[in-house]
Design a protein around this ligand. Structure first.
Ligand code: FNR
Length: 339
């Protein structure tokens, strides 16, 4: 069942139309700087994440592994991450904990990128031993724990009991020596959730906001239902919710991010990394590893150009760039009392 589900997720996600929810980034306008006083060659997109240097603050987010047919996808994603110098997370390693025969679909990622930033991935209900095994399997720099309640509820075979997850996250962060990232899968997070996760010891929170891949729609589709719910907190709003309670540096923005301008908007708001999943998978499946590599290289080149137009020489300078927030995002912040 799980193996087929992995293949179906890829197929159905690639067929998915535009999300019923907007990411909110269209509500944000960055203030153009006509006098940046910079040389493009001096604009530096590099950053440090989990103790290693990246060429851009980008993460190929968790997607796949756990089936022999998925090994080549993970290998290609990892090759592109290696060539460009960005981070990558593998998909849930649950299948490999249960069946050693599919481990190579995950270990291939470390083989392709021996010194790069690679994140392990499991559901937030995993045991301490499972977490340790997943990290060891790929010599991971961090463990992502995913939260995906709406997806589980939409899945006929999904979980129904979500008690004790926060306590489990707390136990894992206390016992593991590897930093933990807690992520959503496209439904976003409120400041209350983000505060609780940080208090539980998460080193980073990936807000995984709404506006991109829609896992309720994917699971409904798998069960033959066509219902679409516009569910979740948009990505830009999730990020601003997080920044109401967190200083910049611990938040990762993801969910529906495709273009460099949205990456830069997210960095200006105060995230330290930007994650992308389905858009990158689509480029790889419709094209090739080379096309994915070129896309990521162009993305970084575009981020550099936008940084210059904002007068930002380093990624850290982006948090000082003025941004104007309008539309639904403005009203959301006002109603929630967020300045
Ligand atoms: C995912 N995602 C995901 N997340 C996770 O934590 N573990 C997983 O195993 C998977 N599997 C998976 C498969 C496929 C095919 C896709 C497209 C996505 C969720 C992913 O990491 C991300 O949070 C969401 O897809 C939202 O980002 P995008 O796709 O809008 O950039």
């Amino acid at each position: 069942m799980r193996l087929n589900r992995k293949l179906e997720h890829i197929e159905l996600s690639l067929r998915q139309k535009e999300s019923a929810v907007s990411t909110g980034f269209d509500d944000i306008t960055l203030v153009h700087n006509s006098l940046p006083q910079l040389n493009l060659a001096d604009v530096d997109t590099s950053c440090t994440f989990l103790g290693k240097v990246l060429q851009g603050p980008l993460l190929i987010n968790a997607m796949t592994g756990g089936h022999p047919e998925l090994e080549s996808i993970n290998f290609s994603l990892a090759k592109a991450a290696y060539t460009v110098g960005v981070a990558m997370a593998v998909g849930s390693q649950r299948a490999a904990l249960e069946d050693h025969a599919v481990r190579s679909s995950f270990t291939v990622v470390r083989d392709a990128n021996p010194d790069g930033v690679i994140l392990a991935n499991l559901g937030a209900d995993c045991t301490l031993n499972e977490a340790r095994e997943a990290i060891k399997m790929i010599k991971a720099d961090s463990l992502q724990l995913h939260l995906n309640v709406p997806q589980e509820l939409a899945m006929a075979e999904g979980d129904r009991d979500f008690r004790g997850i926060l306590q489990n996250i707390e136990l894992l962060t206390k016992q593991l020596t590897t930093p933990v990232v807690v992520k959503e899968v496209g439904f976003g997070m409120s400041r209350e959730t983000i505060s609780r996760l940080r208090a539980a010891g998460a080193a980073y929170i990936d807000v995984g906001g709404a506006g991109g891949t829609d896992f309720i729609a994917i699971e409904n589709n798998r069960s033959g239902r066509q219902t679409r719910w516009a569910w979740g907190i948009p990505t830009a709003i999730s990020l601003l919710e997080g920044l109401a309670v967190e200083s910049p540096g611990h938040l990762i923005a993801s969910g529906g991010i495709v273009h460099a301008l949205d990456c830069v908007k997210a960095l200006c708001l105060g995230c330290s990394m930007v994650g992308m999943a389905r858009p990158l998978l689509k480029i790889l499946i419709d094209g090739s590893t080379e096309e994915l590599t070129a896309y990521l290289q162009n993305l970084i080149a575009d981020i550099r150009r936008i940084m210059l137009m904002l007068g930002a020489r380093r990624i850290a300078d982006l948090t000082s760039v003025p941004a104007v927030i309008g539309g639904t995002t403005y009203h959301w912040l006002a109603r929630r009392g967020i300045e």
